[in-house]
Design a protein around this ligand. Structure first.
Ligand code: PBG
Length: 315
């Protein structure tokens, strides 16, 4: 065992991990998400306790998703100074200072009544350029609320440049952007949509703005575009089904590469393990290690707390 460890090439450590966390307006106690066992929709208070617990376990980064009570056509709560995500960011920054990297997911599908990641035109299509103004306003609201970093996940063309310009103009030139650069129109996001109470109107999908899973090289074009616009970290999403993409991106760029082990990837492990079909702890650690081995130095994962608690005794 000592010899095996001596020559091991890849080791996941807790400082590589970002915990995605949900804060929901209008509830008075945390609610477990049925399709994401062990993951909760939090109140601001229960979120603060969760982050304090994570900090005590050695976790250094979290990403906040807000779920508002009022959704509208333009997702206006995404940029309201007192919007639920902004309230949470402010509270966490006050609690944690700079000891925890507090990242704001920057998208509007949680905030729109039609469930799309942008402003929809009269034909039901997302209006890319109108959406950029919304993202810019949301980024500024998040930075003012205390986010250390923003992470645009909407896959609009030009989003990184628009957000960079807006942050710089508001005095936030030091706030980095972690871009969801290569984000696929994936079936693995199902449980996430339960977590944020999103249904896409009319049974729609995101194929108009997220990537086609048949394309790998296209990811490099997306990554290059985001870097040219000022991205500081680039992300591939999902992770395990896209290890080839992670590896190609790692080889192509010198900035940090992140990967998002998404809700469906987590839920599949939990469901199979609950049935006794796989050893969930082993598969979880195997997947996180594979993501790192492929080249992602940063992993967003719902397994963060489990890993920080000792990864089921596997470490
Ligand atoms: C969009 C967004 C999604 C996820 C993160 N940001 C869903 C989507 O594009 O439909 C999914 C994350 C997960 O499945 O864990 N704001």
């Amino acid at each position: 065992m000592a010899m095996r460890d001596l020559v091991a090439e890849t080791e996941v450590s807790v400082s590589d991990l970002i915990a995605p966390l949900f804060v929901r307006e209008g509830i008075d106690a945390a609610r477990e998400i049925s399709s994401l066992p062990g993951v909760f929709q939090h109140t601001v208070d229960s979120l603060r306790r969760e982050v304090a617990d994570l900090a005590a376990l050695g976790v250094r980064s979290v990403m906040v998703f807000g779920v508002p009570t009022d959704k509208d056509a333009t997702g206006s709560q995404s940029c309201a100074a007192n919007g639920i995500a902004q309230q949470a960011l402010e509270a966490l920054r006050a609690d944690m200072g700079d000891d925890m990297v507090i990242i704001a997911d920057l998208c509007v599908d949680e905030y729109t009544d039609h469930g799309h990641c942008g402003i929809v035109d009269e034909h039901g299509r997302v209006d890319n350029d109108a959406t950029l103004e919304l993202y810019a306003a949301a980024a500024v609201a998040q930075a003012r609320a205390g986010a250390h970093m923003v992470a645009p996940s909407g896959m609009m063309d030009g989003q990184v440049g628009a957000i960079r310009a807006a942050l710089d103009a508001d005095g936030f030139s030091e706030i980095p952007i972690m871009a969801y650069s290569a984000k696929y129109a994936s079936g693995f996001y199902g449980p996430f949509r339960d977590a944020v109470d999103v249904t896409i109107a009319g049974g729609g999908d995101r194929k108009g703005y997220q990537q086609d899973w048949r394309n790998g090289r296209e990811a490099l074009v997306e990554v290059a575009a985001d870097l040219a616009q000022g991205a500081d970290i680039v992300m591939v999403k999902p992770a395990v089904t896209y290890l080839d993409v992670i590896s190609a991106v790692r080889a192509a760029v010198d900035v940090p590469v992140a990967a998002y082990h998404v809700s469906g990837e987590y839920a599949m492990i939990k469901a199979a393990a609950a049935n006794g079909w796989i050893d969930g702890d082993v598969v979880a650690l195997e997947q996180l290690t594979a993501i790192k081995r492929a080249g992602a130095g940063i992993i967003l994962t719902y397994l963060t707390r489990w890993f920080a608690e000792g990864a089921g005794g596997l470490r």
